[in-house]
Design a binder for this molecule. Structure first.
Ligand code: FAD
Length: 495
């Protein structure tokens, strides 16, 4: 590997990945570095990526971003989870909320208690025990000092990029405008030396961060790092994105509506709604997809539907030589659970923890790649779960998804839950036990058993236990203002 100390960092690309990396590196370790970001006004960003998961609060906290200011600048709203419509079967719906449902004990999660209650006829719907889910259903929200809800944000992708850019430039990042035409590598070891721009300018660096989106100019086109293709498990390869006017008040959750050969998203912001349709081009033509999308948006379109083609999978090496891929250049898992921005953030966090000030070593590169691969594998399995465990048999697409073979790791988790109700979260999985339980039950898996420790509680005790949790959730939610009122008071955007 290369024992040269790292001082000059060059970030190629200025989408969410590029500017998030620039903001975090400059704010947190920038005093020791010279950071430049190259982007081209002639190459647009992907322009989507507007729903997040709660881990975004961590990076905002690290960057010391005041929340109201952030939400005003990005026309942001709050997100308590995702509503899945028509996924298990047409007409069925469930919410995957970010909250904890009920309360378990050291040996068994709450769902074991709930399952026994179902057997005895004393349990209400699983969601009745989760304040976040109830608040989402009733379109309520507040940030309280006690019993704080677990939440994330919806935000305008373009405005988010600009917001991050401001932070990065305040902390000394130099923006270089121009189109990268060539990546120049050292003939001895293949390490990247510099980027040549169409203008002839040469940008030299010690460490390069590839944020060039699906083009993957450095990590793939120059370094040929390879790609694990997951499209046999996740057959969607196309999307159409369209923005519409808001109709009614913004709800505090993302909507994911399954359609004949894919699914549609609705992301409510303060000033508009982000909509899109993710589908498989093998089962649906682009024209038909556009028609389905436009037939199913609520407000008047304010942009033309924009096609995006993608390939699902991950780069074989996220970090190769002196290049690290972040964002779409590192791979892509479709946005069903809004995980891409989280993966960017995760890549940045690990880079900060392992930053090779003294030189790049094989052990650091291997550790970084392992960590990122393991987390992406867990997310991949979680997304496949939604498609595979379904009763839908109305189209070839759903028949394929239901019948396809799935990764052994996912099959094991499904079998374990179905047979015993157990869910064990691998360390690298961003989704907690309750996320898996909500989606597995939402998609139609009912465990055959509950944990026997639940039998230590008599039926009378169990009834009272369940009732108390349900009442607490109800009471908490009844005191919340509407989401719209909270946004209006806390973080209303101007314009
Ligand atoms: C359909 C869809 C929906 C999505 N929804 C979500 C979601 O809800 N939540 C979520 O977390 N994520 C979502 N994502 C993912 C999210 O959009 C991306 O992870 C995020 O926007 C980061 O993109 P990026 O910065 O890697 O790439 P891009 O936004 O494509 O930016 C690439 C940058 O590289 C620059 N560039 C490229 N080539 C050159 C060149 N030759 N010279 C100079 N500059 C160059 C461009 O100018 C641009 O600045 C979605 C993605 C898709 C496709």
């Amino acid at each position: 590997m290369q024992n040269k100390s790292i001082k000059r960092v060059v970030i190629a690309g200025g989408g969410t990945a590029g500017w998030m990396a620039a903001a975090a590196l400059s704010k947190l370790i920038g005093k020791q570095l010279d950071i430049a970001l190259v982007e081209s006004d002639d190459i647009p960003t992907v322009g989507v990526g507007e729903a997040t998961i709660p881990t975004i609060l961590t990076i905002n906290r690290l960057l010391q971003i005041p929340e109201p200011e952030f939400l005003q600048a990005t026309q942001g709203t709050f997100k308590l989870g995702i509503e899945f419509e028509n996924w298990r079967k047409q007409g069925h719906r469930y919410i995957h909320s970010f909250g904890d449902t009920g309360q378990g004990c050291w040996a068994a999660g709450f769902h074991h208690f709930w399952l026994k209650g179902m057997e005895r006829g004393i349990s209400s719907d699983y969601g009745e025990y989760c304040p976040e889910l109830k608040a989402a259903e009733q379109s309520k929200f507040a940030i309280q000092s006690q019993k704080k809800l677990n939440y994330a944000y919806h935000l305008d992708a373009g405005l988010y990029g600009r917001f991050l850019r401001k932070i990065a430039e305040q902390h000394g990042v130099r923006r270089i405008e121009g189109k990268i035409s060539d990546v120049q590598c050292n003939t001895d070891d293949g390490y990247i030396q510099s980027l040549r721009l169409e203008s002839g300018q040469v940008v030299e660096g010690d460490l390069f961060i590839d944020c060039t989106g699906f083009r993957a100019l450095l990590i793939e086109q120059a370094l040929e790092s390879g790609f694990d293709d997951w499209s046999h498990w996740l057959p969607c390869d196309s999307a159409l994105a369209v923005q519409t006017e808001s109709v009614g008040e913004a709800v505090p959750y993302t909507r994911s509506i399954a359609r004949c050969s894919g699914w549609q998203w609705r992301i409510p912001l303060q000033h508009r709604v982000g909509n899109g349709f993710v589908y498989s081009s093998k089962y649906l033509s682009d024209d038909k997809a556009e028609q389905i999308l436009l037939d199913n948006v609520e407000g008047a379109p304010i942009t033309k539907p924009r096609p995006i083609k993608f390939r699902t999978g991950q780069r074989k090496q996220y970090w190769n030589k002196n290049c690290i891929a972040l964002g779409l250049s590192s791979g892509f898992i479709e946005p069903l659970e809004s995980t891409s921005i989280h993966l960017i953030q995760n890549g940045i966090m690990w880079l900060l923890l392992m930053f090779p000030f003294q030189g790049i070593t094989k052990s650091v590169v291997n550790e970084y790649n392992e960590k990122l691969r393991r987390e992406a594998d867990c997310i991949r399995d979680f997304i496949i779960l939604h498609y595979h465990v379904t009763e839908r048999d109305d189209t070839d697409f759903w028949n394929y998804c239901r019948e396809m073979s799935i990764p052994d790791s996912l099959q094991h988790r499904i079998d374990l839950f179905r047979e015993t109700g157990r869910v064990f979260k691998p360390q690298d999985d961003v989704f907690a036990e309750n996320s898996w339980v909500q989606v597995m039950m939402g998609q139609g898996i009912t465990p055959e058993q509950y944990h026997p420790i639940v039998d230590m509680m008599s039926d009378v005790e169990l009834k009272s236990f369940l009732q108390t949790i349900e009442n607490n959730a109800k009471s908490l939610v009844s005191q919340l203002p509407s989401h719209a009122d909270f946004v209006a008071h806390y973080c209303k955007a101007v314009g």
